[in-house]
Write a new protein. Sequence first.
Length: 210
Amino acid sequence: MEQWEKQKIAAICVIVLVCLGFSMWESKPTKLEQSSVSAEQQLAEQEKPTGITVYVSGAVVSPGMYKIPAGSRAVEAIGMAGGMLNDANKDKVNLAKKCKDGAQVNVPFLSAKQKKEKEQDVAYVVAASRYKALSEGSLQVNEGNAITDKVNLNTADQKRLESLPGIGPAMAKKIINYRAKGKFTTIEDIMQIPGINTKKFNAIKELLEV
């Protein structure tokens, strides 16, 4: 083989080796980069919080700091604090709100006015239930005589009207004054009298007639 052919073959071999080396060198950063990304993902997964800490305050049984699972909602945080108190203003709390780490879940108290209205509503319901039970017992005893124990808004006197739950002397007087101008056509007409709202009416409606 002539000298120039040997040199030509040697040159080709050198070129091939250089290309192979460059190809291998180019592929190494990609592998290293993939390895680096994978390691970062694993580290992020390991550092991902499994729980969060929130402060539950206000009208709950046991206010304080509580650790709850990440993604929990306000209702779960309040449950950890023992639940709401009777005088909690539940309408002001978004129980479905998701909690974040370090957040505060506050349950406000009812105002003095709201608390009084709630107590009155409960008193009306309890009184109406007792009144209804007594009335039903009276009706059973007098069933043969077809006697009704309901209060007629058009004919009942002051004392009879005051026997209704939540109807005091002043309210009974308003009822009498109202019918003096025109009779009640339905029991719902009693809600035309100031001071008798839907809640009060619902508590006594089964005890009324016209």
